[in-house]
Design a protein around this ligand. Structure first.
Ligand code: KIV
Length: 356
């Protein structure tokens, strides 16, 4: 199969041709397979994974390891889409050198084709250094969730002239630094339209109106996976939370009422095969107890018992009726006592009031 991967060059050409750019987040392999097969040109392994996959309240606790692991699983499932990975909080803000190391990890270990980072003038130098080093960078302006504590909440940004002008100049700085695209999150449509008109690189909006060159949506919002949460800027294209829950309820009922598995979902011994055990005969109670007990005689318990009895390995092995080497192997966890030897250990333990 000759599969061609979308490139940052192709994404920039889409803007030039006036072709709108859809993007979606994904955090795991199966989702990536589905998005890629649907024909999405760009996938974002967003740090929103912190909330929707890991259950954090914000993106701030997300680590580079979280993103690297998720990115690798997404890249393995998406042979065509350009995969952009978020650099998490405090993995690039400290210095361009730190950003280089973080980008190296998401690209070399995760296989990302581009990185995204938040901020404007404060990260422009970092973006330039990354681009000089050959990294494809996507900017992120407007509501920047990693600065949530400073911003004070998930609020629309750039609503007044001053903040809109700052947003515009930040966007221009990112473009000049070499970014291939910029996300505009929670920005008034008018401001996003002005930025989109000014920039030669694509703007990808989320809550930034219809004039952006592309749109990005969070997987869980788009598919209705979170029952009680619907951001204003998201559209649900499916109501999967209800579908999934009712499927699980049906499964529970089928198991409880022995409707699952059916004969079609069951494996059988091939016809005519003879078995030298009695199918269906439960193991004797003593056998089960013996197997359980075998797990009870851990190396540590054997050593403790010997120390309690104040015996050397040689003396203890004589009492148990086993070679000293074997006893030593039990104590090192290299071997496990047989059932017969376990019952001797049981008797010795009982004599010390330490029965299992
Ligand atoms: O992490 C994320 O999902 C994002 C999008 C909101 C753009 O950054």
């Amino acid at each position: 199969m000759n599969v061609k991967r979308t490139t940052t060059h192709a994404i920039r050409s889409m803007k030039r041709r006036g072709e709108l750019i859809p993007m979606i987040t994904a955090y795991d392999h199966t989702s990536a397979v589905l998005a890629d097969r649907a024909g999405i040109p760009m996938i974002l392994v967003g740090d929103s994974l912190g909330q929707v996959m890991l259950g954090y309240e914000s993106t701030i606790p997300v680590t580079l390891d979280d993103i690297v692991r998720a990115t690798a699983s997404v890249v393995r499932g998406a042979p065509r889409a350009l995969v952009v990975a978020d650099l998490p909080f405090m993995t690039y803000q400290e210095s361009p050198a730190q950003a280089m190391q973080s980008a190296a990890r998401v690209m070399q270990e995760g296989g990302a084709h581009a990185v995204k980072l938040e901020g404007g003038s404060s990260v422009a130098d970092t973006v330039r250094r990354l681009c000089d080093a050959g990294v494809a960078v996507m900017g992120h302006l407007g509501l920047t969730p990693q600065s949530l504590n400073q911003i004070g909440g998930y609020r629309v940004q750039g609503k007044d002239e001053g903040s809109a002008a700052k947003l515009m100049s930040d966007a221009e700085l990112l473009q000049a630094a070499g970014a291939f695209a910029v996300v505009l999150e929670l920005v008034p449509a008018e401001v996003a339209a002005a930025v989109t008109g000014r920039l030669g690189i694509p703007t990808i909006g989320i809550g930034a109106g219809p004039a952006c060159d592309g749109q990005v949506q969070v997987w869980h919002d788009l598919l209705g996976l979170i029952p009680d949460f619907q951001p204003k800027h998201a559209r649900r294209y499916a109501e999967l939370s209800g579908t999934i829950q009712s499927a699980i309820v049906s499964y529970i009922n089928d198991v409880k009422e022995r409707r699952f598995p059916s004969d079609d979902e069951t494996f059988h011994i091939p016809a005519g095969t003879s078995m030298n055990f009695e199918v269906g005969k439960p193991p004797a109670r003593e056998e089960v107890a013996a197997v359980r007990a075998s797990f009870a005689w851990t190396p540590e318990r054997i050593r403790t018992l010997r120390e309690d009895l104040r015996l050397t390995q040689a003396a203890m092995s004589e009492k148990v009726g086993v070679a000293k080497n074997n006893l030593s192997a039990w104590e090192r966890g290299k071997n496990r006592p047989s059932l017969r030897h376990q019952s001797t250990l049981d008797s010795l333990a009982r004599s010390r009031g330490r029965a299992p």
